[in-house]
Write a protein that binds this ligand. Structure first.
Ligand code: BG6
Length: 476
């Protein structure tokens, strides 16, 4: 066995959540409607029609939740701010009650020595902007997003040091505009790439502004990176892996760091008539908005084979960022995803692959050379609440332990890592899978049909992670 480096002494042992998935209070205290508030009401879109209207009621129970974090010794808590809570119609009046909720939450965290990590956008766009100019498809989103960020930066700059701009742009854009499994429920690759270009510009402009304001802190986007493996040494499958890596990873991350689209991906989109329209000055702005770190959300790897254009052996079309299926699927002519015989899969068919995290971190370091903040990693599973109030989630402990070892290996390899946020802190709404797919250290007693009392219970993993934090990762 290789001797592993220790975790840095200021390593942020954290956990994460997102506004729509935990807060509830969807229309309280002046909050505006978000695209998710509306989308979940479309029949058939979510598991049993579940919504986040109440979620796990974090809005009213944040103090109790922060107490649980404090008792566990958590060093960092990543949460997102809901844009329509701050600016109900997206670009008009500021809602002071919304600001106050986050200010109270941040103060509560700081009083308990927990570092707040704030995500500015975790998918709950103000519906008013979708109605006004099609949300991310309108160029006006660039200024409106930046204005929203400026308001939040100025209010919280003395309290918050770590900022995440966009959460998983690759997921919300591809699911929203290609798979139609997220709002705005569109299936159109050209519109997808135009919305994506605007998201890149909004991200860059917010980062540029953050740096201009000279805020003491760091900012970057969080990317959902699932590295690609070729199924075998067949050169055709190796090329397929290159294709997926270019379209699914380089295309999204190069623009963040270098302000340019990689040539092979760009040529492919141009040849297919779906490349976005670029305006004069766009690439200058993109280059000026370089992040301080890259946020990494890691869940799994993908394994691919060639996918012939003539359709022989082709899987069902499934583009960028779609995840979680052992069913063969992919992009015709480029690759198709297949099951990996060397790894196990969760009950939702996600590959369990800790080495993939080490590989992701190394590839990102080689290509971008920026510090990495792991902003999400975790296991979604069914949990059972026992009669004595315990939840024996040793499968989650095993999953997280193996991934922490992979991080330590990556550190030993030379990767710079700021911290590790598990997904998630409490159980929460899994966007499309209701409440039965649980990720938390803290069990929340509710299901799709019954909110019950939303009581919190500590899972076995809660106590285990407490020890990990106490020993700075030495006792796993
Ligand atoms: C990430 C998101 O895609 O994965 C989270 O940032 C999400 O918001 C998590 O909950 C797990 O995905 P799912 O589909 O299992 O809820």
């Amino acid at each position: 066995h290789q001797k592993l480096d220790s975790f840095p002494s200021d390593f942020l042992w954290g956990s994460a959540s997102a506004a729509y998935q935990v807060e509830g209070a969807w229309d309280e205290d002046g909050k505006g409607e978000s695209v998710w508030d509306k989308f979940v009401k479309i029949p058939g879109k979510t598991f049993k029609g579940t919504t986040g209207e109440v979620a796990v009621d974090h809005y009213h129970r944040y103090k109790e939740d922060v107490q649980l974090m404090a008792e566990q010794g958590l060093k960092a808590y990543r949460f997102s701010i809901s844009w329509p809570r701050i600016i109900p119609d997206g670009n008009g009046e500021v809602n002071e009650a919304g600001i106050k909720f986050y200010e109270d939450l941040i103060d509560e965290l700081l009083a308990n020595e927990i570092e707040p990590v704030v995500t500015l956008y975790h998918w709950d766009l103000p519906q008013a902007l979708q109605d006004e100019y099609l949300g991310w498809e309108g160029r006006q989103i660039i200024n409106d997003f930046t204005r929203y960020c400026e308001i939040v930066f100025k209010r919280f700059k003395d309290k918050v040091k770590y900022w995440v701009t966009l959460n998983e742009q690759n997921v919300f854009i591809s699911h929203g505009y290609l798979a139609a499994s997220h709002p705005p429920n569109v299936k159109d690759p050209k519109r997808m790439l135009q919305a994506n270009h605007h998201a890149n510009l909004a991200n860059a402009k917010a980062i540029k502004l953050f740096h201009e304001l000279d805020i003491e802190g760091q900012i970057g986007p969080s990317f959902a990176y699932g590295p690609t493996y070729a199924f075998d040494a067949d050169p055709k499958n190796q090329l397929a892996a290159e294709n997926r890596e270019e379209i699914n990873a380089n295309f999204w991350m190069d623009i963040y760091v270098y302000g340019r689209y990689p040539k092979v991906a760009w040529k492919y989109f141009e040849d297919n008539g779906i490349a976005p329209t670029i305006e004069v000055g766009d690439f200058d702005l993109l280059k000026e908005g370089k992040p301080d770190f890259l946020g990494l959300n890691y869940y799994q790897t993908a394994t691919v084979k060639e996918n012939r254009l003539d359709g022989v052996g082709a899987g069902k079309p499934n583009y960028t960022g779609e995840k979680g299926s052992t069913e063969e699927s992919g992009m015709p002519g480029l690759y198709k995803e297949v099951s990996n015989p060397y790894v196990e899969y969760t009950n939702w068919d996600w590959a369990i692959d800790p080495s993939g995290l080490r590989i992701a971190m190394r590839r990102m370091t080689s290509r971008y050379d920026l510090p990495i903040l792991i902003t999400e990693n975790g296991l979604g599973e069914y949990d059972r609440l026992e009669a004595d109030g315990r939840i024996h989630d040793e499968y989650r402990i095993n999953y997280i332990r193996d991934h922490i070892v992979a991080i330590q290996e990556a550190i030993t390899d030379g990767v710079e890592v700021i911290g590790y946020c598990t997904w998630s802190y409490t159980d929460l709404l899994s966007w499309l899978n209701g409440y039965q797919k649980r990720y938390g250290f803290v069990y929340v007693d509710r299901d799709e049909s019954n909110e019950k009392e939303l009581k919190r219970y500590k899972k076995d993993s809660y106590f285990w992670y407490k020890k990990v934090i106490e020993t700075n990762g030495q006792e796993l």
